[in-house]
Design a protein around this ligand. Structure first.
Ligand code: FES
Length: 115
């Protein structure tokens, strides 16, 4: 189970969900299912689903994250990614990294999602 904690000024309190990581299940699908954020394009085009992901594992050494070209372009367009980050082949997930919820596939690990 993936333990996902959602924090947002739009929420009265944090929302904690335990989600079964299914093949290709995205964070946006979970957020839509629980009315935390409505799906927009779902194709890494609009950038409106950008969220900050904070890994919650105790062994949270930063690890390389490879973003797709589409995700990089959408995050750059919405000013969530800098040019040096855009040019990098991979990024570290610590400190928290902006990601597109429609492209983030749920894994069996705890994360904090800020939006
Ligand atoms: S929903 Fe449009 S970029 Fe994710």
């Amino acid at each position: 189970m993936a333990n996902i904690t959602f924090l947002s000024p739009s929420l009265r309190d944090k929302v904690v969900l335990n989600v079964a990581p299914e093949e290709g299940r995205t964070l946006l699908s979970v957020m839509s299912e629980h009315h935390l954020r409505e799906a927009c394009c779902g194709k890494a085009q609009c950038g409106s689903c950008a969220v900050k992901i904070v890994p919650q594992r105790s062994d949270a050494a930063s690890r390389p994250v490879v973003l797709s070209a589409k995700e990089k372009h959408a995050l750059l367009k919405s000013r969530k990614l800098s040019w040096p980050e855009f040019d990098a082949k991979s990024l570290n997930d610590a400190p928290a990294l902006w990601r597109l919820a429609c492209q983030y596939v749920i894994r069996d690990e705890p994360i904090l999602v800020a939006f």
